[in-house]
Write a protein that binds this ligand. Structure first.
Ligand code: GLP
Length: 235
């Protein structure tokens, strides 16, 4: 494991991560990156929209990390529309690979998995229950891209995002594919994530905290703000 832990002051976190991603895109314009939705990346996306030069994303491919199953596109919590609203529609990547649920779910899973092969960079957030994407507790390092039953905490989070659909299932890139990505950035902010981040990085590697398996990635970079990192012994 060669984990790098980068900690920023809370009010500098979004601009710092945006600058790092901007640098990466300048060096590698054809970047193939998966992006999460949620509260954590929202300020990052706002900063990226502010910072982006017109052509920065014009050759990049963005893949949606995960989404709820069965929400209407006007549901506030629906991941695809949210990612479009917060970043995709502003920066215009060459390609945006949404999770298309218009056909059967098996086809959606196959398409998502194919899109997740060969990611240069996987950017993920951390669930309060230790999930990554919708790799919920019980997932393992070899978990595939799939449809999952949502953990009660993830259902609560969906309510917090303003869902009207009470989703019971999610669709996610599997941990196995995320671990194959060229680079992997775990974004974590806020004091409420401090305990689960310390379990993910410093507790046993175990399926009750799926994020703990990210430590198997050769170049994992954890980018936290001060409050989220406050319980880490290794900081
Ligand atoms: C959500 C999504 C993840 C996200 C995580 C953290 O439910 N499944 O992709 O990274 O939980 O969300 P937040 O950033 O809102 O805390």
């Amino acid at each position: 494991m060669s984990l790098s832990l980068v900690i920023h002051a809370a009010d500098e976190w979004a601009d710092a991560v945006a600058a790092a991603l901007t640098d990466r895109l300048r060096a590698e314009p054809r970047l193939r990156v998966c992006l999460p939705t949620g509260e954590t990346p929202a300020p990052l996306y706002a900063a990226l929209v502010r910072q982006a030069d017109a052509d920065l994303w014009s050759q990049a491919t963005v893949v949606l990390l995960d989404d709820y199953v069965g929400l209407s596109t006007d549901d506030q919590a629906a991941g695809g529309p949210r990612l479009r609203r917060e970043i995709v529609d502003h920066v215009h990547p060459a390609s945006f690979i949404d999770i298309d649920q218009s056909g059967d779910l098996e086809t959606a899973v196959q398409r998502l998995d194919a899109a997740a092969i060969g990611l240069d960079l996987a950017i993920v957030g951390l669930g309060l229950n230790g999930h990554i994407g919708f790799n919920e507790p019980g997932s393992t390092a070899d978990s595939s891209t799939r449809v999952v039953d949502l953990h009660p905490r993830s259902q609560e989070a969906a309510e917090g995002y303003g869902t009207e659909g009470a989703p019971e299932r999610g669709i996610t890139i599997g941990l196995a594919r995320l671990l194959e990505a060229g680079d992997l950035w775990l974004l974590v902010t806020g004091e409420r994530k401090a305990e689960i981040l310390s379990r993910a990085l410093e507790g046993p590697e175990a399926s009750d905290v799926p994020a703990s398996f990210l430590r198997r990635h050769a170049t994992l970079r954890v980018v936290a703000d001060e409050p989220a990192a406050s319980l880490l012994a290794s900081r």
